[in-house]
Design a protein around this ligand. Structure first.
Ligand SMILES: Cc1cc2nc3c(=O)[nH]c(=O)nc-3n(C[C@H](O)[C@H](O)[C@H](O)COP(=O)(O)OP(=O)(O)OC[C@H]3O[C@@H](n4cnc5c(N)ncnc54)[C@H](O)[C@@H]3O)c2cc1C
Length: 448
């Protein structure tokens, strides 16, 4: 059955070839569930799932090595999570030199900590500069390796090009290489099993939907979570005239964003080259105490081990303070213990027994990977958390041409590391394939 996109295919994606149209009960490509694909498309280069920084960086590095790729993106734009799931005043947590993607620095004049909009503009420009045209509105429903043919079958639901809303077309892309770039933060994570939460009648939202604080002016707001997002949202609420309380359940390290005018993160990376992690942690804690004071006094107890030891053992990032601590010290942001249960229409009871009504509760409870929901593979990716089983620096390459970009727990620096390595690995196979058409098949079979 011809589809509404049929005539445009070669213009948008010259790397794809339509193999088959029609589908049906007997179609070998019908996938594991749902409707059979309307058509199959062979992709000579890799299929990259996700057009965030990791997908774009991988596509750019591949292009620089002469390898075309097909980028599939469920949203109607690139950098969707930055555009839609962050709030207006957000700035990158790390200085821009740690957030640049490979092969393209930020434009001159970009401040040391770019704003969300500046970062989105950088990503738009990045995609343009490398001629990356993702297939937008293309949600990967499933991807599975077909050992019989040695290719990945990637089943995609695409929005109606005319804006019909519901998924209009199902396509199966067939490729030798699959790059998973759907992000560590694909879906909001909500707390589970909190008594009475369903009965709460105030505004309940995740930080991914938080846009700006002025809609909460004069309101009593509870922020659940005290990582970077929780702190930043509490500060933004406070700056916009809301009364913010922040739940601090676990011990955490708060560090100044800069020490002696140098980015704390940059300084740490430099010091870690010369000193053992414990010494670096001691120095950071010494300066933090000097600059921020004793955070424990304000209800923010520190873990027994230092910030980088915590990071390397649990993946938990220290909070870089951008002003919330000052508000906590003067009581403008109230620190409260963990929630015991929700009570009545708007009430929250805490573990210390006190109870308070809140107009809104904002969950800064993090995000999770969505890989287990669509990737039919469990050797390389764990289905428990949707991350590669092996940690950085071994998290980028699996077997049978499967790759992971941006699952290092190291932010955009990890993204760059992955993109360069993935592109190099695929480009070697690609070159070999041109030299001998059967060779790439062999070389794509080696694992990490
Ligand atoms: C609030 C916030 C601030 C951060 N600040 C920094 C910082 O300052 N510095 C830093 O280094 N890191 C930072 N990070 C961490 C990380 O670098 C970013 O989250 C970054 O966006 C990760 O890029 P990504 O491409 O891996 O994932 P994403 O940006 O999440 O991109 C994944 C893409 O995949 C698409 N997708 C998902 N599922 C499917 C599917 N089934 N089919 C098709 N497409 C799909 C999504 O729509 C999305 O466009 C921050 C993270 C958050 C949440």
């Amino acid at each position: 059955m011809p589809t509404s996109r049929e005539g445009h295919e070669p213009d948008h994606h010259p790397t794809t070839t339509i193999l088959h149209r029609g589908g049906g009960a007997g179609d070998a490509s019908a996938g594991d569930s749902g409707a059979p694909p309307t058509r199959q498309v062979w992709v000579p280069g890799p299929v990259i799932v996700g057009a965030g920084p990791s997908g774009l960086a991988t596509a750019a590095c591949l292009k620089a090595r002469g390898v075309p790729s097909l980028v599939l993106e469920k949203d109607p734009c690139v950098a969707a999570s930055w555009r839609h799931r962050t709030y207006e005043r957000l700035r990158l947590h790390l200085p821009r030199c740690f957030c640049e993607l490979p092969l393209a620095p930020f434009p001159p004049g970009t401040p040391p900590y770019p704003t969300r909009d500046q970062f989105v503009a950088y990503l738009d420009g990045y995609a343009r500069a490398f001629g990356i045209e993702p297939r937008l509105g293309a949600r990967v429903r499933s991807a599975a390796y077909d050992a019989a043919i040695g290719f990945w079958r990637v089943t995609v639901d695409e929005d109606d090009a005319e804006g019909g809303g519901a998924a209009a077309t199902t396509t199966e892309f067939v490729s030798r290489w699959l790059v998973v770039a759907t992000g560590e933060n694909a879906e909001p994570a909500w707390p589970e099993g909190v008594e009475g939460m369903d009965g709460y009648r105030g505004v309940a939202m995740h930080t991914s939907s938080y846009k700006k604080g002025d809609e909460f002016r004069g309101k009593n707001v509870l922020v659940v979570g005290c990582g970077n997002s929780g702190m930043e949202v509490s500060l933004d609420l406070c700056n916009n005239g809301a009364r913010a309380s922040m739940v601090v359940r676990d011990k955490l390290h708060v560090l100044p964003r800069e020490i002696l005018g140098i980015s704390t993160f940059g300084l740490s990376v430099f010091l870690l080259r010369w000193l053992p992690i414990k010494r670096v942690d001691s120095l950071l804690l010494f300066f933090s105490r000097l600059i921020l004071g004793d955070t424990e006094k304000y209800g923010l107890p520190r873990p027994k081990i230092g910030p980088f030891q915590v990071k390397s053992s649990t993946g938990k990032t220290p909070v870089l303070d951008i002003g919330a601590l000052r508000k906590i010290k003067c009581g403008e942001i109230k620190v409260v213990p963990a929630i015991n249960r929700f009570t009545g229409n708007n009430g929250v009871e805490f573990t210390d027994g006190h109870r308070e009504d809140f107009d809104a509760v904002i969950f800064a409870t993090g995000y999770k990977s969505n890989v287990p929901s669509w990737l039919k593979e469990e050797e390389f990716f764990s289905h428990a958390d949707g991350f590669p089983r092996k940690p950085f620096p071994h998290s980028w390459r699996g077997k049978n041409g499967l790759y992971a970009a941006g699952f290092t727990r190291k932010g955009l620096m990890g993204t760059s590391y992955d993109a360069v390595r993935i592109a190099g690995d695929i480009a070697d196979q690609w070159t070999e394939a041109f030299a001998s058409p059967t060779a790439a098949h062999r070389s794509s079979d080696h694992g990490a």
